[in-house]
Design a protein around this ligand. Structure first.
Ligand code: NAP
Ligand code: MG
Length: 496
C-alpha cells in the first residue's frame, strides 16, 4: 500500500454511527462505494432502511433531551465545535485523500474546500452558540388594576434535525448542516449521499472524539428513497435541512408540508454569467471558465449560461475555448490535473446525454470532443456557442457538469430578461467595472446571490439560498440560527 492509500485507509469508517456505536444495517444490506477515477469499489457501507433511521432518530431524541446536551452551557457547545474544527485540520490530509478517492475532485479542492472551508464554517458557527438571543416585549393586555404584564422570547433548538446532503461537496455540505444545528443545541441525524458517505462517517467519529455527547450526531448511510424518505417522514424529526436536486426537494417539501414540519431546501441552479464590454476579454474568459469548470461543474451555482457583449464576444469565446482545451483531465490525486472525474457512472451518462442534446439542438461545440481516459467517469470541459439563441435543453436544464452555453448580447434590458428566463434563481454574476451597471443588474437579477467580478464565492457570514425553484430558506450567518431554532414566547403578569 502506498503512503497516500494507507493514510486514506486510516480514515476509513464503513459502518453507520448511531449513538456511540458503529453498526451494520439491520437488514445486513450494503451499498458499494466507488473511486470515480477508476470505477473500482473502494468500500461498502450499510444500506440503512426505515428501521435503522428509527433507531438513529430515537437515539438522537434521547440525546437531545439528556442533561449532558440540553443543559450544556452555550460556551461549552462553542468549545466542542472549536475542538471539532481543530480535529478536522489535524486529520486534514487523510480526510482530503479520502474525499478525493470517493468523490474524484482535485486533492487541492478537497484540502481547501472540504477540510479548510469545513473548519472555517465550524469555527464561525461555534461563535454563534454564545450569541443566540431573544427579546423583551411590552404588552397591552387588559389586566385588572394593580397587575402588570411583561414578556420575553427565547430562541430554542427545534429538536432532532434530519440533514440530507448531496455528493458534490460531501464533507462541507455535512458541516454546513451540522455546525449551525449543533451550535443551536439540536441533535442531528445526517444522511450523506449514497455515492459519497465516507467523510461524513469520519466526521461523526471526530465529533465523538471532540467530546459531543453520543447521539447528538448520528450518521445513517443509505439510499434516498428508503433511508432519506424515512428520515423526512419520521414524527420525531422536527426539521429537515436538505441540499440536492429540485426534483427531490419538491418531493421532500410536499411531505414536510403535509406533516407541518419546517424544511429548508437548497436546490438546483442554471446560473447566468453576464460579461459587459468594458471587460478585458482575457480576464472575463478566465472568470467564466472558473465559474463553470470549478469542481468539474458539479456546483449548484455553476455559471452554466454565459452572456457576453457582442463587442468582445469573439475574443472572450476564443480565449475560453483555449483555456478549456488546455485543461488536463485525470485523477484528482495527480498534481498536473485540472479536472477530475464526475462522481458516478450514472452521472457521467446523464452529462454525456446532455452534451449530445446540445449537438442535436444545433449549437456549435467549440471544445470538449477530445478523448478522455478509458477507465473512470471523465468528460472534457465543453463549451457550446449558441449565437442565434436557439431554444435548447442545455439552456433550461441543470447539467451539474463542466458544460457551458455562450451567447452574445447587445442590450442590457434584453440580457436581464434572458438571464431571468429560468425556473432557477440561485446565483448570477456580472462582470464590469461600471458601477451603474453593476448596481442596476444586481438589483434586477432574480438570484439568491449576485456576484460582481467574481463567481461561486461563499462565506459563512453571507446568507445563501435560492429564489424560485432553487429553494426555500437561507443557510449561513444569522439566517442559519433562525432556521435551526424556533421562538418561544414567555408571558407573565405580576402585582404592581
Ligand atoms: P439528489 O438526488 O436530490 O440527492 C440529494 C440527497 O437526497 C441524497 O442524499 C439523496 O440520497 C437524497 N434523496 C434522494 N431521494 C430522496 C427522497 N425521496 N427522500 C429523501 N431523500 C432523498 O441530488 P444529487 O444528485 O445527489 O445532487 C445534485 C443536486 O444538488 C443538484 O441538482 C444541485 O444543484 C443540488 N445542489 C444544491 C446546492 C445548494 O446549496 N443549493 C448545493 C449542492 C448541490 P441518494 O444519494 O441515495 O440519492
Ligand atoms: Mg442521488
Amino acid at each position: 500500500m502506498d503512503t497516500q492509500a494507507s493514510e486514506c485507509a486510516t480514515a476509513l469508517r464503513d459502518k453507520m454511527l448511531i449513538g456511540s456505536e458503529w453498526r451494520e444495517a439491520q437488514s445486513g444490506a450494503t451499498i458499494p462505494v466507488f473511486d470515480p477515477a477508476t470505477g473500482k469499489a473502494i468500500a461498502c457501507v450499510p444500506d440503512g432502511s426505515a428501521a435503522d433511521v428509527d433507531h438513529a432518530v430515537e437515539t438522537a431524541w434521547r440525546a437531545f433531551r439528556s442533561p449532558a446536551w440540553c443543559a450544556m452551557p452555550p460556551a461549552a457547545r462553542e468549545r466542542l465545535l472549536l475542538r471539532l474544527a481543530d480535529l478536522l485540520e489535524a486529520n486534514g490530509e487523510a480526510l482530503a485523500l479520502l474525499e478525493t478517492r470517493n468523490n474524484g475532485k482535485l486533492l487541492a479542492y478537497s484540502r481547501m474546500f472540504e477540510v479548510g472551508a469545513g473548519a472555517q464554517w465550524l469555527r464561525y458557527m461555534a461563535g454563534w452558540a454564545t450569541k443566540i438571543s431573544g427579546s423583551t416585549l411590552d404588552l397591552s393586555l387588559p389586566l385588572p388594576p394593580g397587575r402588570r404584564a411583561s414578556a420575553f422570547t427565547r430562541r430554542v433548538p427545534v429538536g432532532v434535525v434530519g440533514a440530507i446532503i448531496p455528493w458534490n461537496f460531501p464533507l462541507l455540505m455535512a458541516i454546513w448542516k451540522i455546525a449551525p444545528a449543533l451550535a443551536c443545541g439540536n441533535a442531528v441525524v445526517l444522511k450523506p449521499a449514497e455515492e459519497t458517505p465516507l467523510t461524513a462517517l469520519r466526521l461523526g467519529e471526530l465529533a465523538l472524539e471532540a467530546g459531543f455527547p453520543p447521539g447528538v450526531l448520528n450518521v445513517v448511510t443509505g439510499r434516498g428513497e428508503s433511508a432519506g424518505a424515512a428520515l423526512v417522514a419520521h414524527p420525531k424529526v422536527s426539521k429537515i435541512a436538505f441540499t440536492g436536486s429540485t426534483e427531490v426537494g419538491r418531493l421532500i417539501g410536499s411531505v414536510c408540508g403535509r406533516n407541518l414540519k419546517p424544511v429548508s431546501l437548497e436546490l438546483g441552479g442554471k446560473s447566468p454569467v453576464i460579461v459587459l464590454d468594458d471587460c478585458d476579454p482575457a480576464i472575463a474568459a478566465q472568470g467564466a471558465a472558473e465559474a463553470i469548470f470549478f469542481n468539474h461543474g458539479q456546483v449548484c451555482t455553476a455559471g452554466s449560461r454565459l452572456y457576453v457583449h457582442q463587442g468582445i464576444y469573439d475574443a472572450v469565446l476564443s480565449r475560453l475555448a483555449e483555456i478549456a482545451d488546455g485543461m488536463v483531465v485525470g485523477s484528482g490525486l495527480a498534481a498536473q490535473t485540472h479536472m477530475g472525474p464526475l462522481v458516478s457512472q450514472r452521472h457521467l451518462q446523464r452529462v454525456r446525454g446532455l452534451i449530445d442534446s446540445g449537438i442535436e439542438d444545433g449549437a456549435e461545440r467549440l471544445c470538449g470532443a477530445a478523448a478522455v481516459p478509458d477507465e473512470g467517469y471523465f468528460v472534457r470541459p465543453t463549451v457550446f456557442a449558441n449565437p442565434d439563441r436557439r431554444p435548447m435543453t442545455l439552456l433550461t436544464e441543470e447539467v451539474f457538469g463542466p458544460v457551458l452555453v455562450a451567447m452574445p448580447f447587445t442590450d442590457l434590458a434584453d440580457v436581464v430578461a434572458q438571464a431571468n428566463n429560468s425556473v432557477y434563481g440561485l446565483g448570477a454574476s456580472v462582470w464590469t467595472n461600471r458601477l451603474d451597471a453593476a448596481m442596476n443588474l444586481s438589483a434586477s437579477l432574480e438570484a439568491g446571490t449576485v456576484w460582481v467580478n467574481t463567481h461561486n464565492m461563499v462565506d459563512p457570514n453571507l446568507p445563501f439560498g435560492g429564489f424560485k425553484d432553487s429553494g426555500i430558506g437561507r443557510e449561513h450567518g444569522a439566517a442559519a440560527i433562525d432556521s435551526y431554532t424556533t421562538a418561544k414566547a414567555v408571558c407573565l403578569t405580576y402585582a404592581q
